[in-house]
Design a protein around this ligand. Structure first.
Ligand code: MRU
Length: 365
């Protein structure tokens, strides 16, 4: 996608051929800063500090993290250590484990001397595949938006999304936002309700930033607004992403997603979840088994923003003595999901729906 007319991905091979570069998402929307990852530790920190975030991008960064680790120690022990360090960064998005498994499958059969080149090549391939996968998700999801536009005789289609599942959460295109970009590019009139997504504000900071950069009309709303909007008939459909989808079709996504799905059900609004195959966890049969990340309480008691003089500052919004809990994700049961938008098409959110497109343990490209 473009920022100020210049094309970007969220992660790419450094010009020296032995590093990776990322957009530091903790600095958006106020500054566009590129950070170079040179070591395994750099990659792990980028994921845990959320310089990169979003399930597919976490996986892509982990793949480069393995490549960076191979430069220091390409032995089996070095590979195992890299996977352990990276797997410990964030627990919910299964794309992380998927990417590590892909890297191990590629590198383990190779002689040590070939592993650095092999790892960088596979990491680049994972990134390219993610771009193509997300482009296809966009193609399939665009048809759903088009159907609403036809039903509304060309009037604006209002779509609600939660968190950031756009190109900043993937390598390019995004999952939930890819259909919106493709509909917009085709000339369909769309408008996006952007949930601010407390506590990290991925909606207000990232989704609004990237939709704005692409020219897509959007409105930021406080997280609790969705129910009201749906009651008022101001939402035609919801599209969100997911960090882990279990074999029975339950989905973990950013905290607050479940409440939007409940409101959508109560108001007869379609609720779609967009996902690539790398987000399916075939080892779990029930969303209640998904590990839910708990982050530092200070993310709830404090907020970061830009002061009028341009300085970015973090301020307290709660009394110093209050404790706070910071659950980063929740689980939306499959029964509340209208359907999955995948790179292979749209399918019911169920075990049967998934198996129409994928066979268990399959890792299609
Ligand atoms: O905590 P984050 O910002 O990594 O959470 C991201 C989300 O919840 C996204 O909706 C999800 O990763 C899907 S990304 C295409």
């Amino acid at each position: 996608m473009n920022i100020d007319g210049k094309p970007y991905r969220t992660i790419w091979l450094g010009s020296d051929g032995i590093s990776a570069e990322i957009i530091d998402q903790t600095k958006l929307p106020f500054a566009l800063e590129i950070v170079t990852l040179r070591t395994l530790e750099d990659a792990a920190l980028a994921i845990s500090s959320m310089q990169v975030r979003g399930a597919p991008l976490i996986g892509a960064t982990a793949a480069y993290g393995v490549a960076l680790a191979m430069r220091e120690d390409a032995s089996d022990a070095g590979l195992a250590k890299a996977c352990d360090v990276l797997a410990a960064t964030r627990p919910t998005a299964v794309n992380l484990r998927w990417a590590l498994d892909e890297m191990v499958a590629e590198l383990q059969p190779m002689p040590e001397a070939a592993r650095v080149a092999g790892a960088f090549a596979r990491a680049a391939e994972i990134c390219d595949q993610d771009v193509e996968t997300c482009r296809k998700i966009g193609e399939h999801g665009m048809g759903l938006i088009e159907a609403h536009a036809e039903r509304k005789k060309g009037k604006t289609v209002n779509i609600l999304t939660h968190c950031n599942a756009g190109w900043l959460a993937t390598v390019d295109w995004g999952t939930a936002l890819a259909p919106i970009y493709q509909a917009f590019d085709k000339g369909i009139s769309v408008h996006v309700w952007v949930d601010e997504t407390r506590p990290r504000n991925q909606g207000a900071s990232l989704t609004a930033f990237e939709l704005g950069a692409h020219g897509v009309p959007h409105t930021i709303v406080a997280d609790n607004t969705g129910g009201h909007l749906m009651q008022a008939g101001l939402v035609d459909l919801c599209i969100v992403g997911t960090d882990r989808t279990t074999a029975n079709g339950d989905v973990a996504n950013k905290i607050g997603t479940y409440l939007k799905a409940l409101a959508a059900k109560d108001n007869g609004v379609q609720f779609f979840v967009a996902l690539p195959h790398s987000t399916i966890d075939w080892t779990l049969d029930d969303g209640r088994e998904i590990p839910i990340e708990q982050r530092d309480a200070s993310e709830v008691t404090h907020m970061t923003g830009q002061l009028p003089d341009g300085e970015v500052a973090t301020v307290a919004i709660a009394p110093p003595g209050s404790s706070a809990a910071n659950y980063a994700f929740d689980v939306t049961p499959a029964r509340l999901v209208t359907g999955f938008i995948t790179e292979r098409g749209v399918t019911p959110a169920s075990r049967e729906g998934l198996s129409l497109l994928y066979s268990r343990q399959e890792a299609p490209s």
